[in-house]
Design a protein around this ligand. Structure first.
Ligand code: PLP
Length: 316
């Protein structure tokens, strides 16, 4: 039985008791901003960047969550502190923030205590995500372009990370039908945008390029790559990139908070480079490990070995 505690509207409650109403605007409209941060050695990575993005989304959605960003940071650190002792020392964490407008006013009579935004922060041991992901650090991933396109910013700005994600889900479903490849959506102008949970980078002649921050979520990990490129003196361009540029790339990789970065071995059925992690990708991976003070690839492989026992222990 889980000992984990969730921050829920100002209180800490057991994970299994944290409940969102069926009348919540999140359920009715996908009207919820969220964030996913991870820890490295128990330290939240770039938490302030994630919270700034969260508060940007809340501003766009016109939700006042009742906490300042400093208070949200404090609540986050407290939630993490309460959950760390529930696992062994080597366990790192996913920290999830979910903030909705709360129950719709139409149903206010169901809530005598009043209608207020729903604010939750939960921590989840990364062993499930990373233990399952670990083989991909070796095999790489295969990319394809799904029929589903991304939503352009003038219709709905994807820089706000919200739970309105059906177009991402459609892209995943289409990619699943192509044998587990990862989908890179095009925007309506035919340029590469992003995957349903990650940003994409191409490398040609030592220069790193990534779709400009127009029709994408500006990943915090994308920002980490930009900073690492600067530190390493690697040229970086934010540009409009198409299918052609991807097919001509020497290396391609994807970034996301949980796994950091992973290389692609094919794009639209064609091999990328020699099908192995390329030199620039390897340099960036080493720099990333140094930046976070942890060999997160080795950690994921260790989690993969421990995952069956961990799952069994959760059922006990
Ligand atoms: C659509 C989308 N793009 C990119 C990313 C990568 O963002 P980050 O690096 O902040 O995890 C995510 C993360 O969930 C995402 O949902």
């Amino acid at each position: 039985m889980s000992q984990r505690l969730v921050y829920f509207n100002g209180n800490f409650v057991p994970e299994s008791e944290a409940r969102v109403s069926i009348f919540d605007s999140a359920l009715m409209y996908g009207d919820m901003a969220f964030e996913m941060t991870r820890t490295y050695n128990h330290r939240p990575h770039r938490l302030r960047f994630h919270l700034e993005r969260l508060y940007g989304a809340l501003r766009l959605l016109e939700i006042d969550c009742g906490l300042t960003i400093d208070e949200m940071e404090q609540a986050t650190l407290q939630t993490l502190e309460k959950n760390i002792p529930t696992e062994s020392d080597g366990m790192d964490w996913q920290i999830m923030h979910d903030v909705s407008r709360g129950p719709l006013g139409l149903y206010e009579t169901v809530f005598p205590e009043g209608v207020q935004p729903t604010v939750s922060i939960n921590c989840w041991p990364l062993i499930t995500h990373m233990g399952t992901f670990a083989p991909k650090y070796d095999s790489g991933v295969e990319l394809m372009i799904p029929a589903q396109q991304t939503i352009p910013a003038h219709l709905l700005d994807l820089k706000a990370k919200t739970r309105s994600r059906m177009h991402y889900r459609m892209a995943e479903l289409q990619a699943a039908r192509s044998g587990g490849k990862w989908p890179v959506m095009l925007d309506p102008d035919g340029f590469l945008s992003e995957g349903p949970g990650w940003n994409v980078f191409l490398i040609k002649d030592g220069v790193v390029s990534t779709p400009e921050a127009r029709n994408i979520l500006k990943g915090v990990s994308r920002g980490t790559v930009l900073d690492l490129c600067k530190d390493l003196g690697i040229e970086l361009r934010e540009a409009n990139l198409g299918r052609y540029e991807a097919l001509m790339a020497d290396e391609i990789f994807c970034t996301s908070t949980s796994y950091g970065l992973v290389h692609a071995v094919t794009f639209e059925g064609q091999q990328v480079g020699d099908g192995k992690p390329g030199p620039v990708f390897q340099r960036l991976t080493s720099a990333w490990k140094e930046h976070v003070g942890l060999d997160f690839v080795a950690q994921a492989h260790d989690y993969a070995l421990r995952l069956p026992d961990w799952l069994a222990s959760q059922k006990a």
